[in-house]
Design a protein around this ligand. Structure first.
Ligand SMILES: Nc1nc2c(c(=O)[nH]1)N[C@H]1C(S)=C(S)[C@@H](COP(=O)(O)O)O[C@H]1N2
Ligand SMILES: [Mo]
Length: 571
C-alpha cells in the first residue's frame, strides 16, 4: 500500500542536502589522497587552468578584488592571499559537484531502480573524462606519474557517480508531511503519476523497477550517516595536513650575516616594516595555487634559439662555472596598491645572465631573450639591456639560502627597475630570438615595459614616541620609499593642506632597495591626515595623481589618517 502523499520526485531541498553530503567526502578523499600519495588535487589544478584560459581582465579583476578585500578585512596578505585562492578553488569545485548531483537527483526518475548506480557511474566517469585534460595541462599538484593520475581521477569520479546513483535509489523521497515513500515504485504504480518526468532514462518498465535495497532510509538518516563519515574524513585530512606542515616548517632566524647599513646614523621609527624581509614573509604572487615542484637533480636550464651551441646547464654548473654575484633587492608586484603589502626585500645571489649567454655564443641576429617557466609563465627581455646591465642575474639563492620552492626554485631571473611580472620564477628555458614576443601578463593587457613607479608609504605614526623638540611636542613618523634602481633622493611629508616638509633618509641596503625614512611631525591635537611623497634618484617626483594598478602599476600618494584620540600629549 502506498501512502497518499508519496511524491514522485524529490524536493529540491532534499536533493541539495543529499548532493552536498556526497560532494564533501569526495573532496576530502581527493585531498587525503593528495597529501598521502601525491595524487592530483583536482580543485587546485582546475583553478589554475581557469586562471590561464579565462580572459586576463577577469583574472585581474579577481586578483584586485581579492587583494582589496583581504586588505580591507585587515588580513596579513602574505598568509592569506594564496589561502584565499585555495579556498576559492575548493569552493568552486564543491559547488560544481553539488549542482551536478542535485540535477541528477532531481532529473533521474526514481524508478530507475538497480540501474541507478550504473547510470550514476557513467555520469561520474564523464565528469572524470572532462577533468583529465584540464589536470594534465596544468599538473602542478600531482607528485605521481600521469597514468596513475588519470586512473585516479577517473576512478574517484566514477565511484562518486556510482555512489550518487546508489543513494538515489536508497534514500526515499520525503512525503509532504514527512511520510516515507518507496524509492522504486511497483511496476505499474509509477505509471499513474500525473507529473511528467523531465528525463526518461528507462522508458520501458520492467526489471529496472526492482529495488536493490530491501529497505530504503530517510534523508535525515542518510545525511547523518554520510555527514558523519564526511566529517571524520575531513577532520583526519586536516589533521594530516597540519602534521605535515608542522614537520616541514622551520622557524626563521634572521639573516646569518650583518646587514651592510647596520651602523647607519638614521634608525627606523618603531613600527616601520622590517628593512630586510624575512624570507618566509616575502610576498608571493604567481599563477599557481601550489608552486611547481622541480627536482633539482633532473632540472636543466635549456638555452636554445639563435645561439652557436645550444646548452643544457645544471644548477651546479650555474653555481660553479660563473662567479656568484649578490644584490640586496626590493621586488614589487605591479598589482601592489599604493601602501600595499606586495613588496619585499632580501638578498639575491646568482650568475650574471650575460655571461651565461656568452657561453652559448649568441648569434648576431638575436635581439631578444625569451624566458620560459615550468608553469607556462614566460617573459621577454631585450638582449641589449641584458648585455648592458651586469646586475641582471639568474638567481638561485634568497638570503644566501637555496631559493625556496614558492619563490622559483631552482632558478629565477632578476631584472632591476621592473615589476615582478617581468621576472620569471621556475625558469626552464631561455630562447634567443629575432622577434619580440609579449610575455604572459603583457598578452593579458599589462604594461609592456613594467618599469616600477616611484612610491612611498607611511608605515607608522609612533604616538608612544612623542617627545619634545625645542620645547614643542613632536611625534616620530616613518616608512619606506622605493623607485627601483633609480633610488630615492628625497622624501617629504605634509599634514592636511600644509607645506611639504623634509624627512630624513636612512642609508639603504643597496641602490636597488627601498629606503627607510623618518620624520618628526610637529604634533597638533585633533584629527589629521599625513601624506608622503618621494623623489627618485633622477630627480623625478612620485606621481601624485591616483591611478589603478592596471595596466602600468598604481600611482598616487599614501595617506595616513590620525584619529583625534590617537596621540595624547603629555601635560
Ligand atoms: N613562473 C612564474 N614566474 C613569475 C610569476 C608566475 O606566475 N610564474 N609571477 C611573477 C609576478 S607577477 C611577480 S610579482 C613575481 C613575484 O615573485 P615572488 O613570489 O617571489 O615575490 O614573480 C613573477 N614571476
Ligand atoms: Mo606581480
Amino acid at each position: 500500500m502506498m501512502p497518499a502523499t508519496s511524491p514522485q520526485r524529490r524536493s529540491l531541498r532534499d536533493a541539495l542536502g543529499i548532493a552536498l553530503a556526497l560532494a564533501a567526502p569526495l573532496i576530502s578523499l581527493i585531498y587525503l589522497a593528495w597529501l598521502v600519495f601525491g595524487l592530483p588535487f583536482v580543485p587546485f589544478d582546475v583553478f589554475d587552468w581557469m586562471t590561464r584560459v579565462l580572459p586576463g581582465g577577469l583574472i585581474t579583476f579577481g586578483i584586485d578584488t581579492m587583494v582589496q578585500t583581504l586588505v580591507a578585512l585587515g588580513f596579513d596578505l602574505k598568509d592569506t592571499a594564496k589561502l584565499a585562492e585555495q579556498m576559492m578553488a575548493v569552493a568552486g569545485y564543491l559547488v560544481t559537484l553539488w549542482l551536478m548531483a542535485t540535477a541528477f537527483l532531481m532529473l533521474v526518475p526514481l524508478r530507475i531502480g538497480r540501474r541507478g548506480p550504473l547510470f550514476g557511474a557513467a555520469v561520474g566517469l564523464l565528469a572524470g573524462i572532462l577533468l583529465v585534460p584540464v589536470v594534465l595541462s596544468v599538473y602542478t599538484t600531482p607528485e605521481v606519474g600521469r597514468l596513475v593520475s588519470v586512473l585516479w581521477i577517473l576512478l574517484a569520479h566514477t565511484a562518486w557517480g556510482a555512489a550518487l546513483g546508489l543513494v538515489h535509489v536508497w534514500v526515499r523521497p520525503q512525503g509532504r508531511y514527512g511520510e516515507p515513500a518507496p524509492a522504486a515504485e511497483e511496476p505499474g504504480s509509477a505509471e499513474t503519476a500525473t507529473v511528467p518526468r523531465p528525463v526518461e532514462t528507462a522508458p520501458s518498465a520492467g526489471p529496472a523497477a526492482v529495488p536493490i535495497f530491501a529497505e530504503t532510509i530517510s534523508r535525515r538518516k542518510f545525511i547523518l550517516r554520510v555527514g558523519g563519515a564526511a566529517a571524520v574524513i575531513t577532520a583526519s585530512g586536516a589533521g594530516v595536513a597540519t602534521y605535515l606542515r608542522l614537520t616541514k616548517e622551520e622557524p626563521y632566524v634572521g639573516p646569518s650575516f650583518p646587514l651592510p647599513n647596520a651602523d647607519a646614523r638614521i634608525q627606523p621609527v618603531p613600527g616601520t616594516r622590517l628593512e630586510y624581509t624575512p624570507v618566509p614573509e616575502h610576498y608571493r604572487i604567481d599563477i599557481n595555487t601550489i608552486p611547481p615542484d622541480i627536482d633539482i637533480e633532473d632540472w636543466r636550464l635549456e638555452i636554445r634559439g639563435l645561439v652557436q651551441e645550444p646548452l643544457d646547464l645544471s644548477l651546479e654548473q650555474l653555481q660553479t662555472d660563473y662567479p656568484p654575484q649578490e644584490e640586496f633587492v626590493t621586488l614589487s608586484c605591479i598589482s601592489n596598491p599604493v601602501g600595499g603589502p606586495l613588496i619585499s626585500t632580501t638578498l639575491w645571489t646568482g650568475a650574471r645572465l650575460s655571461q651565461v649567454l656568452e657561453t652559448a655564443g649568441v648569434l648576431p641576429e638575436a635581439k631578444f631573450v625569451h624566458i620560459t617557466s615550468e608553469d607556462g609563465f614566460h617573459e621577454t627581455a631585450a638582449l641589449d639591456v641584458i648585455r648592458n646591465d651586469p646586475r641582471i642575474m639568474l638567481t638561485y639563492s634568497f638570503d644566501r639560502q637555496p631559493l625556496p620552492q614558492g619563490h622559483g626554485s631552482p632558478l629565477r631571473v632578476y631584472i632591476p627597475n621592473h615589476y615582478g611580472m617581468k621576472q620569471p620564477k621556475w625558469i626552464v628555458g631561455i630562447e634567443l630570438t629575432a622577434d619580440f614576443q609579449p610575455g604572459y601578463w603583457v598578452e593579458r593587457g599589462w604594461s609592456r615595459e613594467a618599469i616600477v613607479n616611484a612610491t612611498s608609504v607611511i608605515d607608522t605614526v609612533y604616538a608612544d614616541g612623542l617627545e619634545r623638540k625645542y620645547g614643542s611636542p613632536v611625534v616620530p613618523v616613518g616608512g619606506i620609499a622605493y623607485a627601483g634602481d633609480r633610488g630615492i633622493s628625497e622624501v617629504v611629508v605634509r599634514m592636511d593642506d600644509g607645506p611639504w616638509e623634509q624627512a630624513e633618509l636612512r642609508e639603504p641596503l643597496s641602490g636597488l632597495t627601498w629606503v627607510i625614512w623618518r620624520y618628526s611631525w610637529p604634533f597638533q591635537p585633533g584629527q589629521h591626515t599625513l601624506y608622503v611623497r618621494c623623489r627618485d634618484g633622477e630627480g623625478n617626483w612620485q606621481v601624485a595623481e591616483s591611478s589603478d594598478t592596471y595596466p602600468d602599476g598604481a600611482t598616487g600618494l599614501h595617506a595616513f589618517r590620525i584619529p583625534a584620540d590617537y596621540v595624547f600629549p603629555e601635560g
